[in-house]
Write a protein that binds this ligand. Structure first.
Ligand code: ADP
Length: 242
């Protein structure tokens, strides 16, 4: 047997995580200030400044928005790693939580002329013992991705039922799909698939790693099936504790 002492590696890994968390935290508030100030200047500039200048500032505002999302995701990941998320489990009615998320993202889907809805495939859906914020983050990310990576006029279906001891939630879209060779990598940090269809969609590449970490901490599993050009299905299994 080959035993390797990984204590040093673990210490390094923890230091690295602490460093990322600290830097992210320090960057967030000045960036938010810049973002707000750009919004004010842009608002005041309408009609007085040349179009080109307005375009440049609008682009800068978009970029700061992207950085703020990235920092938010990095902080979420380090909080999950530290184990400070998922600390307050309570009974959650998953179908009501999914309805709320769909309601919240409805206007985003409507702007792409997509139809989105929830299907309850079991008569009685038992409550789940979990931190509601963790569940919101998991399904918020998966449903937002389904909307993002589905073209205009597509359909997003969220289904909930029971599979043995688990609650099963499927997020099914008729979107761009993902080639087989990428499927095992999309849960890695910063991994983004760039195709002609998806290269203009902005993102951080941290959504699915957050989803995976949270689901693992709830003793669940997540799986994906996808056919390029047809769509993707993300399936989440979460154990119902009695
Ligand atoms: P982001 O969406 O910020 O890029 P994610 O970690 O959420 O990061 O997703 C990683 C990659 O997986 C995305 O860039 C995209 O290429 C692919 N992906 C995720 N969800 C879908 C989906 N529903 N349909 C097609 N591709 C997807």
């Amino acid at each position: 047997m080959n035993l390797v002492d990984i204590t040093a590696i673990k210490v390094l890994d923890r230091l690295k995580s602490e460093f990322v968390a600290k830097v992210s935290h320090e960057l967030r508030s000045p960036l938010s200030t810049i973002h707000e100030q750009l919004a004010v200047v842009l608002n005041d500039m309408v009609e007085v400044a040349p179009r080109d200048n307005q375009k440049i500032l609008a682009r800068a505002k978009e970029k700061t928005h992207g950085l703020i999302s990235l920092i938010g995701d990095l902080l979420d990941l380090s909080r999950i790693e530290e184990g400070v998320i998922c600390t307050e489990p309570k009974p959650v009615k998953i179908d009501a939580l999914l309805e709320d998320i769909i309601q919240f993202l409805q206007s985003k889907a409507a702007s792409k002329k997509q139809s989105i809805g929830l299907k309850r495939l079991a008569a009685d859906i038992p409550p789940l013992q979990a931190d509601p914020l963790a569940l919101e983050s998991i399904f918020g990310n998966l449903i937002a991705n389904a909307i993002n990576y589905t073209p205009e006029g597509g359909t997003i279906k969220v289904q909930v039922d029971i599979a043995g001891i688990n609650l099963r939630v499927k997020v099914v879209d008729t979107g761009f799909g993902i080639e087989e060779k990428h499927l095992d990598k999309i849960f890695n940090r910063f991994y983004r698939v760039k195709t002609d269809k998806t290269r203009f969609i902005t993102g951080t590449g941290l959504g699915l790693p957050i989803v995976k970490e949270l689901i693992t901490s709830l003793n669940g599993v997540v799986d994906v099936e996808s056919v390029p050009g047809k769509g993707s299905t993300f399936t989440v299994l979460l154990p119902v504790k009695t």
